[in-house]
Design a protein around this ligand. Sequence first.
Ligand SMILES: CC(C)(COP(=O)(O)OP(=O)(O)OC[C@H]1O[C@@H](n2cnc3c(N)ncnc32)[C@H](O)[C@@H]1OP(=O)(O)O)[C@@H](O)C(=O)NCCC(=O)NCCS
Length: 176
Amino acid sequence: MKVKVRGYRESDKAALVTLLEQLLDYQASVDDRKRLRRMPGFGESFARRMLRKVAKKNGRIFVAEAGSEVVGVVIGIVVEQTKEDRLEHIPARFGETLELVVRDGHRGKGIGTTLLRRMEAYFSQKKCNIVGIGLLAANSNAYHLYGSLGYEDRAHYMTKELPSTGHQDPDGGHRS
Ligand SMILES: CC(C)(COP(=O)(O)OP(=O)(O)OC[C@H]1O[C@@H](n2cnc3c(N)ncnc32)[C@H](O)[C@@H]1OP(=O)(O)O)[C@@H](O)C(=O)NCCC(=O)NCCS
């Protein structure tokens, strides 16, 4: 089926929520530390946060449509350097892809590649000269995809589990 990429419309909100839920579910499934979970209300809340960020930071959301179904989404913002940033970085305009997800059942068919390329085209249009995307180290599929599109490791973020402090989860469970 032919896939069309277009800008996000308000009527895509329910599909956006579902896609963001599928994104977290996927990340939770590959998270070897099992620190992620999807609680009720996550999709709606995260979608609202994304829409706010995009509006504030000159961003864009593109969706992939197969027939009349929205099957993928990419969300990106333009990060302007502050005066403080320029004290330590060469002048640059950074395009940051915040989220990329393709609906389960439509993956591995080139849709994610098309969406990311569309976002890069937007960043170029906005005169960004560097782009980036973050991901869980355990997400080897996404890592492979971004590498094949020319992305390279720039930073490492390391975590370590400390012995339990008995911290109580306000939602009822025990957080480890
Ligand atoms: C990662 C993701 C957005 C890629 O979109 P996609 O449409 O499946 O990717 P494409 O078909 O354009 O590219 C395929 C490449 O992506 C990778 N890939 C990622 N997930 C895949 C899947 N479920 N099935 C097949 N390929 C997958 C493969 O490395 C593949 O490379 P190859 O063709 O050399 O084998 C999509 O698989 C997805 O939504 N995954 C779950 C959510 C997620 O991990 N999002 C990224 C968070 S940073």
